[in-house]
Unconditional design. Structure first.
Lengths: 475, 474
C-alpha cells in the first residue's frame, strides 16, 4: 500500500518476547505454557507479603544473547519498579529495567539492505492473565473477573527499535527478521499464536522533509498480518485527520483485527504515572567479561549469515526459491540442503524438498538422517525415483526412518521400463492429437501437459525427464 | 529472668526442658497479656509441638542447638507458616503465611520455640505502637507509658519477662528506640546481615531484622543464629554469620570512640548526662574518646521521610483485596481495591503512602525522592569520613525516656522527631545498638546508642558489654 503523495510514515516497534528459560525471572517456578490456572505459582511470583525476588541468571544469558545478536552494547544495568494497580499484577508493580537497560544502541539489518536501529533490549517480568466475565467484558463493569497468575513473573525481553521504519512492509520484514534472530539465539520459540512474541507500534506521519509528527502507540498486534494492517490503517487515519485540518493527539490505540481499525484506548493526559524507582530488593546487574565471553561463544550464526550461505549454494535463485530459503532458514533446515550441495547433488531440488516435505512434518524430523535425505535426493536426481515417489520415500523416512533404497524397493518404485513408458507415451499422443500437433510445431509449454497425462496413467510412476526424452524421440 | 543462654544450657543439660520453659513463658503471658496487649496471637499448640520435639530430640541423645528450648517472641511482620500475620493492620487480618521467614527457619533450626506474634505500629510505621489497629501495647515498666515502636510488642514481651528474647525490625529506629524505652539491649545489624526474606516490607532499603534481649550476650547469641547469607534475599551479604558471642568480652582498650554532637543535641538533660557518663565508662575501660560533629546528620530526618514512604507506597500496593487479607466488595475491581484500602489501612499508613506516592510522582521525583537519595549518599560519605578517624560512634538512642500515651500523637512531626538519633544509621546501612545506661525521669531507663561501620557488630557488642558492666549488670 502506498500513502498519498508527499506523505511519509515514521514507525518504531516495541517487541516483547518471552524467554525460554527453565524457570521464571525471579523465582524457581517452571516457565511453561498451558498449566491449569494458578498451579504454577509460589510466594515470590504471587507477590505474597515478605517474599523477595532473586534474578534468574539464565534469563540474563538469553537477554545478552539477544543483545549480542542485535549488535548492542552490554552495560551494567539496574531494575526498577513500574507502579500501577491491576489485578493480574501480583505486587501491583512490575519489575522492569528503566534508565539503565542491559542492552542498548544496536541495529538490525533487513534482507532488503535497510538498517533499523535498536535503542534498547531490556529485561522485565510478565503479568498474569485476566478474564472478565459478563457485563462489559472489560475490567470496569464486568460481572466478575478471573485471574491466572501462572504467567506472572515469566521473563520477557522488550526490544525497542528506533523510529527508522518507513512502511508497513518494512515493519513486517523487521518483525520477521527479529523473530528469526530470537529463534536462532534460542531465547524464544517465536510462536506468535501463543503470545510468545507481541508487538506494539509507534506510528506518526509527516510530509516529506518535515520533522516527526505526534505519534500514537498501537497495542494488541499479535501477528505479522495485523502489524502491517494496523500500521497502514493508522498512518492513513492520521494523514486524513491532518488533511482535514485536524491534529493528531498523542494516545494509545487498540487494534481491532475484525473491524480492521484502531480506536482510542487512553489519551496521554490519562496515562498512568508509573512512579519508576530503583527496586531496592534487587542489586545491580553487571555481567563480567568472562560471563559475556561465555555467552558470546555459545552464540551460533544469525539468519542473515545463514541465508547468505544458503543462497550461495544455489545458482541464480528464482523468487520462489528465495521464498523457500526463508522457510528453510526459519525452520533451521538448511543442514539438509548444505549436505546435498556438499555431496555434489542438486541444491535447488534439496531446497524444494526441505521447504515442502520436511517443513510439513517437523515433528518427525529426528527420524530423517541427513544421509538418508542426501541419498533420496540423489535417487530422484538420477531418475530412479519420480518426484511423487521421492516424496513418498521422504514421508516414509520421516514417519519411521530407514534406508531410502530399501523403502523404494519395498514400495515397488523401480522406474517404468523404457518400453512400458514408450507405450504409455504413444497412448497419450493418440488421445490428444491437437496438442501433439501444437507441441511438434514448437509449443514447449505442452510438454508439462503430456507429463501430467503420463503421470495420470502411471499413477505417478514415471520420471518427468524420461517422459520428455520419449516425447522428443517421437517429435 | 534467666538469660536465653542459661535456659538453653539448662535444656541441653536436662536441668530443665523445652516444655517446662515454654509453660513458664505461657504462664507470664496469660497473666499479663490482657493488661499490656503485647501478643496479637499466642501460638500455644504450635509452640508446645516445637518444644516437645526438642525434648524428644534430647531424649534420643541428639545434639541440641544454641537456643534449645528458648521461647522467643516474633514481631507480627515476620512470616511463620500457618500463624496469623497481620502487621497490626486490618488489611491483613486473618492471613496465614504459607512459608517461613528465613529468620524463623534459622531460629527453629537452633532450637528456639516461637511462642507468638507481637504488636507493632501498623506496618512498622510509628514510634509508640499507638498506630496498631489492635490497640497500643503498654510499657511493662510503667503501663501508663508507651513501650516505644514500632517493635513495641517485642520489646514489651522481653521487658515483662514473657520471653527472654525476641525479634523486631528496624527501619528508622524501630528496635533501638523501644529497647531504650523498655530498658533492653536492641540491635539494628548491618544492612544485609540478616535475611529480609519473610519480613513484610515497610521500606526495603532500610529494613533490617534484629534482636531484643536483657543482656548484650543474649543479643549477640540471637544475632549469630539468624545472621548469615541467604540466597533468597538478593541484598543479603555474601558471607556466613560472624562470630559474635566469642567477642562479647573483648573490651574497648585502644579503641577510638567518637561522641557525636548531633546525636545528643536536643535530648533531655538526663539523657545527655547518661551519654557523657557512658563516654567516661568507655574511657575508663581504655577507649580514647573524641568529640566530633557530623553536620550532615541534621538532613537525615527529612531524607528518611521521603525515602521510606516512597518505598512503602510501592511495597504496600499489593494489599489490594485481590489475593489475600481484607476485601471490601464494590461494583468493580478498581472500586473494590479502593474500598479495601480505604477500610484496611490506618491513618498513619495512609499518610505515608500519600507522602511516598507524591515524592515519586512525575515532576516531583527530582525535587523530593531524587534529592533525598543525594542526602543519603552524603550521609554515607559523612559516616565514612568519621570512621576514618574513630572506630565507633556514641550518642543517645532517644531524646527522652518512655512517654505517656497520647503525648506525641497530635502532630506527626513530634512523633517523627523521636527517631532523629536512630534514622542516620538506617540510611547508611550501618549497624547500631541501644544499651541501657542509667535512668532518667521517674526512674525510667535511658538507652545510649553505639554506632559502627558496616560489619562492626562484634566491636559494638564488646563496647556495649563494657557499658553493661559499668551500669551494674556484670
Amino acid at each position: 500500500m502506498t500513502l498519498p503523495a508527499g506523505w511519509e510514515m515514521v514507525v518504531g516497534l516495541e517487541v516483547h518476547t518471552e524467554l525460554l528459560t527453565k524457570s521464571k525471572l525471579f523465582c524457581g517456578c517452571a516457565n511453561h505454557f498451558g498449566a491449569e490456572p494458578n498451579t504454577n505459582i509460589c510466594p515470590v511470583c504471587l507477590g505474597l507479603p515478605g517474599s523477595l525476588p532473586v534474578l534468574n541468571r539464565e534469563a540474563v544469558d538469553f537477554a545478552m544473547r539477544i543483545g549480542m545478536a542485535l549488535h548492542c552494547t552490554i552495560a551494567p544495568s539496574t531494575f526498577h519498579r513500574k507502579n500501577y494497580f491491576y489485578p493480574d499484577q501480583a505486587k501491583d508493580y512490575q519489575i522492569s529495567q528503566y534508565d539503565l537497560p542491559i542492552n542498548s544502541g544496536g541495529y538490525l539489518d533487513l534482507p532488503d539492505g535497510s538498517r533499523v536501529s535498536i535503542e534498547r533490549a531490556h529485561m522485565e517480568e510478565d503479568t498474569g492473565k485476566s478474564t472478565h466475565l459478563g457485563g462489559s467484558g472489560r475490567l470496569a463493569g464486568a460481572d466478575s473477573s478471573l485471574v491466572d497468575y501462572n504467567r506472572c513473573g515469566v521473563p520477557l525481553v522488550e526490544i525497542v527499535s528506533g523510529p527508522d521504519i518507513r512502511s508497513a512492509e518494512q515493519a513486517r520484514a523487521y518483525a520477521a527478521e527479529l523473530r528469526g534472530i530470537l529463534i536462532a539465539t534460542g531465547a524464544s520459540d517465536g510462536r506468535l499464536e501463543e503470545g510468545s512474541m507481541r508487538f506494539d507500534a509507534n506510528v506518526s506521519v509527516r510530509r516529506s522533509g518535515e520533522p516527526f509528527g505526534t505519534r500514537c502507540e498501537i497495542k494488541n498486534l499479535n501477528s505479522l498480518r495485523s502489524l502491517g494492517r494496523a500500521i497502514d490503517y493508522e498512518a492513513r487515519r492520521q494523514i486524513e485527520l491532518i488533511e482535514d485540518g485536524g491534529v493528531v493527539r498523542q494516545e494509545t490505540r487498540h487494534w481491532d483485527e475484525n473491524l480492521g481499525e484502531t480506536s482510542t484506548l487512553r489519551v496521554k493526559e490519562d496515562a498512568d504515572d508509573y512512579r519508576y524507582f530503583r527496586d531496592p530488593d534487587l542489586v545491580d546487574l553487571a555481567p563480567d567479561q568472562a560471563w559475556q565471553d561465555r555467552v558470546r561463544a555459545a552464540l551460533g550464526p544469525m539468519p542473515a549469515e545463514r541465508r547468505a550461505a544458503l543462497v550461495a549454494v544455489l545458482s541464480a535463485p528464482t523468487p520462489a526459491q528465495l521464498d523457500a530459503v526463508e522457510v528453510v532458514i526459519d525452520l533451521g533446515l538448511e543442514a539438509y540442503v548444505h549436505a546435498v550441495a556438499t555431496a555434489g547433488g542438486d541444491a535447488a531440488l534439496a531446497l524444494s524438498r526441505a521447504a515442502n516435505e520436511l517443513a510439513g512434518d517437523l515433528d518427525h524430523l529426528e527420524n530423517l538422517s541427513v544421509e538418508a535425505f542426501v541419498a533420496t535426493t540423489a535417487m530422484e536426481q538420477r531418475g530412479e525415483l519420480s518426484a511423487t515417489q521421492a516424496k513418498t520415500v521422504l514421508g516414509e523416512l520421516l514417519a519411521r526412518g530407514g534406508d531410502p533404497a530399501e523403502i523404494a524397493a519395498a514400495k515397488g518404485f523401480e522406474q517404468l521400463a523404457e518400453d512400458t513408458l514408450g507405450s504409455t507415451v504413444d497412448e497419450v499422443i493418440a488421445q490428444n492429437p491437437d496438442e501433439w500437433q501444437r507441441y511438434r510445431e514448437g509449443d514447449e509449454k505442452l510438454a508439462q501437459f503430456f507429463i501430467g497425462q503420463v503421470m495420470k496413467l502411471t499413477r505417478g510412476q514415471a520420471n518427468g525427464k524420461s517422459v520428455i526424452a520419449a516425447l522428443q524421440a517421437r517429435r | 529472668m534467666r538469660s536465653a543462654a542459661q535456659i538453653a544450657a539448662d535444656v541441653r543439660s536436662g536441668a530443665s526442658s523445652a516444655r517446662a520453659e515454654l509453660e513458664l513463658s505461657l504462664e507470664v503471658i496469660a497473666r499479663r497479656n490482657e493488661e499490656l496487649n503485647v501478643f496479637l496471637h499466642v501460638d500455644e499448640a504450635g509452640a508446645r509441638a516445637v518444644a516437645d520435639a526438642i525434648d524428644e530430640k534430647r531424649s534420643r541423645g541428639e545434639a541440641l542447638g544454641p537456643l534449645a528450648g528458648v521461647p522467643i517472641a516474633l514481631k507480627d511482620n515476620l512470616c511463620q507458616v500457618g500463624v496469623p500475620t497481620t502487621c497490626s493492620s486490618r488489611i491483613l487480618e486473618g492471613w496465614r503465611p504459607p512459608y517461613n521467614a528465613t529468620v524463623v527457619d534459622r531460629l527453629l533450626a537452633a532450637g528456639a520455640v516461637p511462642v507468638g506474634k507481637t504488636n507493632l505500629d501498623e506496618f512498622a510505621m510509628g514510634s509508640s505502637t499507638e498506630n496498631s489497629a489492635f490497640g497500643p501495647t503498654r510499657n511493662p515498666l510503667d503501663p501508663s507509658r508507651v513501650p516505644g515502636g514500632s517493635s513495641g510488642g517485642s520489646a514489651a514481651a522481653v521487658a515483662a519477662g514473657m520471653t527472654s528474647i525476641s525479634l523486631g525490625s528496624d527501619t528508622g529506629g524501630s528496635i533501638r528506640q523501644p529497647a531504650a524505652l523498655c530498658g533492653l539491649v536492641g540491635v539494628k545489624p548491618t544492612y544485609g546481615m540478616v535475611s529480609r526474606y519473610g519480613l513484610i516490607a515497610f521500606a526495603s532499603s532500610l529494613d533490617q531484622i534484629g534482636p531484643f534481649a536483657h543482656s548484650v550476650a543474649d543479643a549477640a547469641l540471637v544475632l549469630e543464629v539468624v545472621a548469615g547469607h541467604d540466597p533468597r534475599d538478593s541484598t543479603s551479604l555474601p558471607e556466613p554469620a560472624p562470630a559474635l558471642v566469642a567477642h562479647v568480652n573483648d573490651g574497648v582498650a585502644g579503641k577510638k570512640v567518637g561522641l557525636v554532637r548531633e546525636l545528643v543535641e536536643g535530648a533531655d538533660e538526663s539523657v545527655v548526662a547518661a551519654v557523657r557518663a557512658a563516654a567516661d565508662a568507655l574511657s575508663d575501660a581504655g577507649a580514647e574518646i573524641v568529640e566530633l560533629s557530623i553536620p550532615e546528620l541534621a538532613l537525615t530526618l527529612s531524607a528518611y521521610y521521603l525515602i521510606a514512604p516512597a518505598e512503602a507506597s510501592s511495597n504496600l500496593a499489593r494489599f489490594d483485596g485481590v489475593r489475600y487479607g481484607l476485601r471490601v466488595d464494590a461494583e468493580d475491581v478498581t472500586a473494590m481495591m479502593e474500598a479495601t484500602r480505604t477500610a484496611g489501612f490506618g491513618a498513619e499508613v495512609k499518610r505515608r503512602i500519600m507522602l511516598g506516592t507524591y515524592a515519586l510522582s512525575a515532576g516531583y521525583y527530582d525535587a523530593y525522592y531524587g534529592q533525598a537519595l543525594k542526602v543519603r549518599t552524603l550521609t554515607i560519605q559523612a559516616f565514612d569520613a568519621a570512621y576514618e578517624r574513630v572506630d565507633l560512634l556514641l550518642g543517645a538512642t532517644t531524646p527522652g525516656v518512655a512517654f505517656a500515651f497520647g503525648a506525641k500523637t497530635a502532630d506527626p512531626m513530634t512523633m517523627y522527631l523521636n527517631d532523629v538519633f536512630t534514622i542516620p544509621t538506617n540510611l547508611a546501612g550501618h549497624p547500631a545498638l541501644s544499651v541501657p545506661f542509667g535512668t532518667g525521669e521517674a526512674g525510667l531507663p535511658i538507652g545510649v546508642q553505639l554506632l559502627g561501620p558496616g560489619r562492626s557488630e562484634a566491636q559494638l557488642f564488646a563496647a556495649a558489654r563494657v557499658l553493661e558492666i559499668a551500669d551494674g549488670r556484670p
